[in-house]
Design a binder for this molecule. Structure first.
Ligand SMILES: Cc1cc2nc3c(=O)[nH]c(=O)nc-3n(C[C@H](O)[C@H](O)[C@H](O)COP(=O)(O)OP(=O)(O)OC[C@H]3O[C@@H](n4cnc5c(N)ncnc54)[C@H](O)[C@@H]3O)c2cc1C
Ligand code: FES
Length: 279
């Protein structure tokens, strides 16, 4: 069992949790993720290792409540409660080395996974340019953390309520037009990563994206997380989650992500019908 030691609301339907997981914290690396099961009958959901403290034996997760399980975690689990299973670290760590100038793009909840990558790239001696964005000011978080690990930070909101009005690909395009960039990381909604990859391709700059296909076991056995990269079938959990963005079949990923929309809608509706009064 994994106790929740700290919980903080970051924004509407967005929570940060610090969870006891000493074995995971001891081995965690940027780019890796966990699979969490809240209780014995719960579904398994993947969540990125947004931060960790090996000495304290804790991991930090940032969870966007979008469906039944993430609502349950965000609304019903509080400090002192325990999560049944936390499995990880899973997936391959990010390739961290000295590239030169790198841009780290985080969109929405993708700001959480981009943070430890930006930190590691800064520690490896890169000039790190951060670009983070969200739909609106209330959904922006960890700007202080990103400021600490980035030499420059650009912030956007779709509605212009904070920073530059627009989407993250706009400052990315300006940066790529103005100077030499050696590598880009982009993490966020699949559609954002797709357009970041197209922008990077225009300028011939390699880009790494972290794919978020539906996962079940997280260990390469079920095939749920199948993606197509460079025309080859790859499994997001064991071959990724990071892949070269220019080689991803984005249309297939987007189609597979919406394969269970109806079931997910029903599950959330049923959950809210029972728990709605507590939300
Ligand atoms: C490697 C990886 C890391 C992730 N890291 C984070 C994170 O740090 N924070 C965060 O808020 N979210 C993260 N996600 C997404 C998160 O796993 C889904 O939001 C969650 O599984 C949704 O479950 P649900 O029951 O609340 O919603 P549902 O209604 O079941 O699903 C809502 C949407 O979430 C996606 N989803 C559903 N089930 C899964 C699943 N088993 N695996 C992956 N995606 C699924 C689908 O696109 C679906 O349309 C990550 C996904 C992956 C693959
Ligand atoms: S989640 Fe089952 S193979 Fe990747």
């Amino acid at each position: 069992m994994h106790r929740i030691l700290r919980k903080r609301v970051l924004g509407p339907n967005l929570v940060e949790l610090e969870v006891e997981a000493p074995l995971v914290a001891a081995k965690a690396k940027p780019g890796q993720f966990l699979i969490v099961r809240l209780h014995e009958k719960g579904e398994r959901i993947p969540l990125t290792l947004a931060d960790w403290d090996a000495q304290a034996g804790t991991v930090t997760l940032v969870v966007q409540m979008i469906g039944k399980t993430t609502y349950q975690l965000g609304q019903e689990y509080h400090v002192g409660d325990a999560i049944c299973d936390v499995v990880g670290p899973l997936g391959n760590p990010s390739e961290i080395r000295h590239f030169g100038t790198v841009v780290c793009v985080g969109g929405g909840v993708g700001i959480a996974p981009i943070f430890p990558i930006a930190r590691a790239l800064q520690e490896a001696g890169n000039h790190v340019i951060g670009v983070v964005g969200a739909r609106t000011k209330d959904l922006l978080f960890w700007l202080d953390r990103m400021e600490r690990v980035c030499h420059e930070l650009y912030v956007t909101t779709d509605d212009g309520s904070f920073g530059r009005k627009g989407v993250v690909t706009e400052p990315l395009r300006d940066i790529l037009s103005a100077r030499r960039v050696d590598h880009i990381w982009a993490i966020g909604p699949a559609i954002m990563m797709k357009f970041a990859a197209l922008t990077a391709q225009e300028f011939g700059v390699p880009i790494t994206v972290s794919l978020n296909p539906i996962m079940v076991d997280g260990t390469g056995m079920c095939g749920a997380c199948r993606v197509e990269v460079a025309g080859q079938t790859r499994f997001g959990c064991v071959d990724g989650p990071e892949f070269p963005g220019e080689l991803v079949n984005w249309d297939l990923l987007l189609a597979r992500l919406s394969a269970y929309k109806e079931e997910e809608r029903c599950a959330l509706e049923q959950y809210l019908a029972v728990k709605g009064s507590r939300l």
